[in-house]
Design a protein around this ligand. Structure first.
Ligand code: NAI
Length: 480
């Protein structure tokens, strides 16, 4: 029986391995991690991540051909195929700080694999890594190989959080990059056979290592670029009286452009987009391509601009100060159907409002208070380290309370901001919310959740990104 081990039981390692176990009953899958708390949670009834459909898949396979363990070395040494899906944070110090990927966790995983291996192995890069990482990993493994043959493959993951299970069941494509040697080709075939249990072979793309690594960075950069493109249009729409939803609908009808990823919002978040673009920028700079680097850097700049613009709209509409005012924040996760808050725009918006001395009352259906406190206390990029290695005991932010429903969050508030597009926010009783808020009552919709006209009829002053402005906001500067 083929044995697979995955190092790293996170948002990628957990769901991908659970689906492999479900679709390949003849393969034994072990997911290992250095975080005891994470592994305990994977072995409990409350999984460490919220993802629709995941519970069901895990319940079907756990205890059969799927296991979660902290005994990293044992499972790695027994495996034929070792996936590595560990953190790849952005470096905060030294060469490439603020841009380059920090491969500390990757390198330590590779050294551990070389140490404990007693038989030939295929080592699969599942984490998103800079181009040519496989070469570095290959060197670490072969220089410590004790005669064991290691084949390195790049198999980047394209799942989207919130739809991870359906993405994994029915991927647009699976990408496998490997060496073009006979051994490399054989390793590619072995991994292709795993996916071929449920993915049509014409959707399994095989390339060389560098193409696979770069394709992942390029795909994320293209997706983020679409969001920044439509967000840049949202600013122009507000200035001219156009409606960004109408513009993106009209633009997206063009078959060459397509409708997806054209929703204007307060900005993109998630663990990957910014990190992967910074990484791409760094690689371009290292290869003497400053024009290409600057082109991609602009995607991040527009995203930052969009968050700043949103905060400035709030402050300027509320008489240029939010000091001492209660502001309700509805939604903290970076998108709906996930509890993930990594790089969520809510962090920058909340920090901006706290900087102007607002009092925040935050509600998100899936994000817990300790996570929000931690996010608002952490330095940029610190989130992308294993939980037990993140800076300890963040000081509690006193002007923030986290509550368990939207009505408590908005009671006596001067304004409310919608930062995640949770379905339940569409069904709120806005008349009741209006009755319980201070007047004038403001709504700042960063996700196109509310019916603007309906809320204006109730009496709210409404700002919805990229939509024609409320009279109240017309003469106020968008960026102060
Ligand atoms: P994560 O932070 O949820 O999980 C990483 C796990 O690796 C942690 O549980 C950590 O404790 C563990 N770990 C770190 N070093 C280890 C070691 N030496 N031995 C054993 N375990 C170790 O991260 P996530 O989101 O799963 O991402 C992993 C990689 O996949 C990253 O490179 C990310 O960029 C990439 N990726 C993430 C996607 C996403 O939607 N989150 C999608 C596609 C790729």
């Amino acid at each position: 029986m083929v044995k697979i081990c995955c190092v790293g039981a996170g948002y990628v390692g957990g769901p991908t391995m659970a689906v492999i176990a479900l679709k390949c009953p003849n393969i034994q899958v072990a997911v290992v991690d250095i975080s005891v708390a994470r592994i305990n949670a994977w072995n409990s009834d409350t999984l460490p991540i919220y993802e629709p459909g995941l519970d069901d898949v895990v319940k079907k396979c756990r205890g059969k051909n799927l296991s979660f363990s902290t005994d990293v070395e044992k499972h790695v040494s027994e495996a034929d195929i070792v996936f590595v899906s560990v953190n790849t944070p952005t470096k905060t110090q030294g060469l490439g700080a603020g841009k380059a990927a920090d491969l500390t966790y990757w390198e330590s995983a590779a050294r551990m694999i070389a140490d404990v291996a007693k038989s030939n192995k295929i080592v699969v890069e599942k984490s998103t890594v800079p181009v040519k990482t496989a070469e570095a990993i290959e060197k670490i493994l072969t220089h410590n190989s004790k005669g064991i043959n290691f084949q390195i493959l790049s198999n980047p993951e394209f799942l989207a959080e919130g739809t991870a299970i359906s993405d994994l069941f029915n991927p647009d494509r699976v990408l496998i990059g490997g060496r073009e040697t006979p051994e490399g080709k054989k390793a590619i075939e072995t991994l292709r056979d795993v996916y071929a249990h449920w993915v049509p072979v014409d959707r399994i793309i095989c390339t060389n290592l560098w193409s696979a690594e770069l394709s992942k960075l390029a795909a994320n950069a293209f997706l983020a670029q679409r969001i920044s493109s439509v967000n840049s249009m949202s600013a122009l729409c507000e200035a001219t009286g156009a409606d960004v939803s109408q513009v993106s609908h009209a633009v997206g009808k063009d078959m060459r452009i397509g409708p997806k990823f054209l929703n204007a919002s307060v900005g993109f978040g998630g663990s990957c987009f910014q990190k992967d673009i910074l990484n791409l920028v760094y690689i371009c700079e290292c290869n003497g391509l400053p024009e290409v680097a600057n082109y991609w850097k602009q995607v991040i700049k527009v995203n930052d601009y969009q968050k700043t613009r949103f905060v400035n709209r709030i402050v300027s509409s509320m008489f240029n100060t939010v000091s001492g005012k209660k502001i309700a924040i509805l939604g903290f996760a970076f998108k709906k159907d996930t509890g993930d808050t990594r790089e969520t725009p809510a962090i920058d918006v909340c920090k901006g409002l706290i900087g102007d001395k607002a009092k925040l009352s935050i509600y998100d259906p899936q994000v817990r208070q300790d996570q929000i406190q931690r996010d608002l206390s952490m330095e940029k990029f610190d989130w992308d380290h294993p939980v037990h290695l993140q800076p300890m005991s963040p000081t509690s932010i006193t002007d923030v309370s986290v509550v368990s429903d939207a009505y408590t969050a908005t009671k006596d508030a001067h304004g409310l901001c919608i930062l995640t597009e949770w379905d339940e926010f569409q069904k709120l009783d806005f008349q009741k919310i209006f009755d319980n808020m201070q007047k004038p009552a403001f709504v700042f919709d960063g996700r196109h959740v509310v019916d603007v006209e309906k809320l204006r009829k109730i009496g709210f002053i409404v700002y919805s990104i990229g939509k024609p402005l409320d009279d109240w906001l017309k003469d106020m500067p968008a960026v102060v």
